[in-house]
Design a protein around this ligand. Structure first.
Ligand SMILES: C[S@@+](CC[C@H](N)C(=O)[O-])C[C@H]1O[C@@H](n2cnc3c(N)ncnc32)[C@H](O)[C@@H]1O
Length: 257
């Protein structure tokens, strides 16, 4: 919150309908950052370990709050028979629909695939036709996942629970909704901006809740049976202190409401 402000920006208050995916890609992904390539390597190696010996393409994957970032979906691609991109902001939904159309996704995502295909399971698939074939985009609200009966066996949520509201309870609710959408034993990856004070996309400001390794650990631990948190000391812009990547598996505990 800025000095003198007495209200907090909650998720429903932010200008999601004005989110500009092309500007967001320009700001974050068009020129791949070392930290994102490092994250992609960690995702690749973690999921490869998790799916060793599993029947090929057997998972049902979800990327929650996919926005204008295709690399979490690409990291799940070889393991999935179906993959859902859930996103709330309409401009991002339109961006994602273009990415999954038969014409194939944007070349901006090739450097991320280049890192993924260093592992044999990724090298064995042709990503553009496979994305067009198995990935579906759905406009939806993360908060509606709670209490629903839909479950996925592999999931990612990148820079969403921490980057959608200033309210602490909405951060924890976001994490809980994501974890509740995963079935028992489902591998997952979740990324967070560390100590973010919010971010700007084009002419619009978006809220964040300041998290650190401890906050992220506390929010995830009740739902996980295996959890590693990587503290990546890379700052990509002023207004945050690095990134946190959590890798783990969903436990069998039923989450408290
Ligand atoms: C900082 S962006 C992260 C986008 C992308 N996952 C990435 O890794 O760059 C936050 C995303 O959360 C989405 N979002 C915000 N509120 C949401 C909600 N209630 N349900 C689902 N997605 C939401 C935004 O539209 C935006 O795409």
């Amino acid at each position: 919150m800025e000095r003198g402000r007495v209200t907090m920006d909650r998720n429903a208050d932010a200008p999601w309908s004005k989110f500009d995916p092309e500007v967001y890609v320009d700001n974050n992904y068009r020129t791949p950052l070392e930290v994102d390539l490092l994250i992609v390597r960690l995702l690749r190696d973690y999921f490869t370990r998790c799916f060793e010996g599993a029947p090929p393409r057997s998972a049902r994957g979800i990327d929650v709050g996919a926005g204008a970032n295709l690399y979490p979906a690409l990291s799940m691609l070889p393991w999935c028979e179906k993959l859902l991109l859930l996103e709330y902001a309409r401009p991002n939904v339109e961006y994602l629909e273009k990415q999954v159309a038969p014409a194939g996704y944007d070349i901006a995502w090739d450097p991320f695939w280049d890192v993924l295909r260093e592992a044999p399971a990724y090298a064995a698939v042709e990503p553009r036709p496979l994305v067009a074939d198995i990935v579906r985009v759905e406009r939806g609200n993360l908060f509606d996942l709670e209490g629903g009966d839909r479950r996925w066996s592999l999931g990612t949520m990148f820079f969403v629970a921490d980057s959608m509201s200033e309210a602490p309870e909405e951060f924890h609710r976001g994490v809980r909704c994501f974890m509740n959408a995963l079935g028992e034993g489902a591998p997952f990856a979740a990324a967070f901006m560390k100590e973010s004070v919010g971010y700007r996309v084009g002419a619009h400001d978006y809220p964040a809740y300041r998290v650190n390794e401890e906050t992220v650990g506390q929010s995830l631990e009740p739902f996980t049976e295996e959890l590693e948190i990587h503290d990546l000391h890379h700052s990509v812009r002023p207004g945050h202190e690095g990134m946190l990547l959590a890798l783990g598996r969903r436990n069998k505990a039923i989450a408290a409401p």
